[in-house]
Design a protein around this ligand. Structure first.
Ligand code: ATP
Ligand code: SF4
Length: 330
């Protein structure tokens, strides 16, 4: 397989625990990222999906080096980043983030031109003229035209969709190899979500940019992604090509996420084994064995021991002692 040649980012056994202070001075440990491993290949869209609090954003912050990991390795283009300043700078230039809320990454008091040029200035790229050319180029790239006029505007003068395109233009300014998109369309009107995803898809095809698309929305995940990792309480419980995972899920949690996001299906063979996904999972305390067992309708005694992520089909892995087999698509 040639995949190794194309691997751009590798995350190995990444761990990040937080101490959560409770009332009356009590504190507990939140295992936000627990032994997470995956690879990202050149030009692919890897979706990281899971409920709120499953650890999606923590993984993004660890990759960008904005928080340190407790243990594990992150390598960019074959080089481990660790605490090496040069490698950290390389990943910060080559890996850009798009947040859910445009105002998380743009200053409302700055003009569009100043917002988009800022990463180039921070990293000392080019001179004044070449930076301006690059700003015009990326504004045109995200179809914010006429670019010469748009760059003088302030964010409040733009629509929500245009603001998110300014964020995309800012992310593109440094010609990154990877874009980490954290729920980039969830605050947009449904009518313009497809347009934004289409634009990201074009960029992926044209420039071979790899995307890590973080979402809880399986419909857009399927539309935009090629592979998907399903995260539950800080652990990847299933990972594989999007269609295989979402059409033929092996892990009961993936099945529950699909059930929660789709219309009730009268022919659903598993209707009597539904998980109430809205029950908020325990994030702290005893997480021995399979973390899903308290909510799992298929749990057996063996589930007191933690299942490993094992191959269950072509490039399809699941961490479950009782794997579902609904359609045999793999
Ligand atoms: P959402 O979809 O709501 O953004 P998420 O899947 O991105 O959620 P994270 O934000 O990564 O989840 O959080 C994972 C867990 O880590 C949560 O339980 C959260 O409360 C906890 N957490 C995150 N950051 C901190 C922190 N700085 N201190 C303590 N706990 C934290
Ligand atoms: Fe359910 Fe057991 Fe599979 Fe965990 S390992 S998802 S508890 S069947």
């Amino acid at each position: 397989m040639k995949e190794k040649e194309k691997e751009i980012l590798r995350v190995e056994n990444l761990k990040k625990y937080f101490v959560k202070k409770g009332m009356f001075g009590a504190s507990s440990i939140v295992k936000a990222t627990d032994n997470v491993s995956f690879s990202l290949f050149r030009g692919e869209v890897l979706v990281i999906a899971g409920e709120s609090g499953s650890g999606k954003s923590t993984i993004a912050r660890l990759i960008l080096g904005s928080i340190p990991s407790d243990s594990g390795k992150i390598s960019f283009e074959g080089r481990e980043i660790g605490r090496n300043k040069q490698n950290l700078e390389r990943i910060r230039m080559n890996c850009q983030m798009i947040h859910q809320d445009p105002y998380d990454s743009i200053n409302p008091r700055m003009t569009v031109g100043d917002i988009v040029v800022e990463p180039l200035e921070i990293h000392g790229v080019g001179d004044r003229m070449s930076r301006r050319r690059r700003v015009i180029e990326v504004l045109q790239e995200v179809r914010l035209e006429p670019a010469g006029q748009i760059l003088k505007k302030y964010p409040h003068m733009l629509s929500g969709g245009q603001r998110q395109r300014v964020v995309l233009a800012r992310a593109l300014a440094l010609k990154p190899r990877i874009i980490l998109a954290d729920e980039p369309v969830s605050m947009l009107d449904v009518s313009i979500r497809a347009e934004m995803l289409g634009m990201m898809h074009d960029l992926q095809k044209r420039y071979g940019i790899s995307f890590i698309y973080i979402t809880h929305d399986l419909a857009t995940a399927r539309h935009f992604g090629q592979r998907i990792a399903i995260l539950y309480l800080g652990k990847i419980v299933e990972m594989g090509p999007v269609d295989n995972v979402l059409l033929s899920p092996r892990h009961p949690y993936t099945q529950a996420l699909i059930d929660a996001s789709s219309e009730p299906d009268p022919d659903n063979l598993h209707k009597e084994k539904k998980v109430r996904i809205l029950d908020h999972p325990a994030q702290t305390g005893n997480l021995e064995g399979c973390r899903f067992k308290a909510r799992c309708p298929y749990a057996i005694d063996k589930c007191d021991t933690e299942p490993n992520l094992e191959e269950t089909g072509y490039r399809h892995h699941a961490a479950c002692h009782v794997q579902l087999d609904r359609t045999g698509l793999d």
